[in-house]
Design a protein around this ligand. Structure first.
Ligand code: G3P
Length: 230
């Protein structure tokens, strides 16, 4: 499963991209509305930072308007993927945009039927919102499981993207159930890092090593003898 970051914050993308584990990013109107600066500059900067697919969302309600906005957003950067909210108009817009060779991320997908229709329209990604399902007491893992199980047999190329990730367990569930991508907020990425035994183990290794100053000196000398790396 590949990791995208779910944010409109360039600072968060810079932070997590430095870990070397990002394959892309997703934005949405709510995330971008929180940020200062021009949306075009933010989207382009995020594209440059992640070097992979970055979803930018249309806001029109009709297919013609979505297609116009989608084509304009796609021209911002080669990595832009057009994000389209699920609806009948969204399906029509996705069909048109994908027939023009543009990648579409169909968002606000909450059922296997919506995912099937999304795949038929030619979307590259179907974004299923786990957190928002859990918010209304619908077991998101059951929905994701059904979406993956429903799309797979048909041999569709539409990838299941787990979105609205609220905690690290959502990420594990998405991977276990076979999602191709999870889009994760920076806060959850930081939580995924944490394990008490890892921290404890690092401290003990460090303390044990430093208890032998001659070893510390030995390693420092070993490094100093290495030719300067390019
Ligand atoms: O970007 C779409 C989605 O991940 C937003 O999730 O529910 O945290 O607003 P949410």
């Amino acid at each position: 499963m590949r990791f995208f970051i779910d944010t409109g914050s360039v600072a968060e993308v810079e932070e997590i991209a430095a870990w070397g584990i990002l394959s892309g990013a997703t934005t949405n109107p709510s995330l971008l509305a929180k940020e200062d600066g021009e949306p075009a500059d933010i989207i382009r900067r995020i594209c440059d930072l992640v070097g992979g697919p970055v979803s930018a969302e249309v806001v029109s309600d009709d297919a013609a308007g979505m297609v116009e906005e989608g084509r304009a957003l796609a021209k911002l950067h080669e990595h832009v993927v057009v994000k389209v909210p699920f609806s009948n108009e969204g399906l029509a817009a996705t069909k048109e945009l994908s027939s023009q060779g543009l990648r579409v991320n169909m968002t606000l997908v909450f059922s296997a039927n919506q995912a099937l229709l999304t795949a038929q329209a030619g979307a590259t990604y179907a974004s299923c919102f786990m957190g928002r399902l859990d918010d209304i007491s619908i077991d998101s893992s059951a929905v994701v499981e059904e979406i993956v199980a429903t799309l797979r047999p048909g041999g569709t190329t539409t990838q299941v993207l787990a979105a609205s990730i609220r905690h690290p367990e959502h990420v594990v569930t998405a991977a276990r159930l076979g999602c191709e991508v999870a889009t994760i907020p920076a806060k959850v990425f930081r939580q995924m890092l944490a394990h008490p035994l890892t921290e404890q183990g690092r401290e003990r290794f460090k303390a044990d090593w430093e208890s032998r100053p001659e070893f510390v000196e030995w390693l420092r000398e070993l490094v100093s003898k290495q030719p300067a790396s390019a």
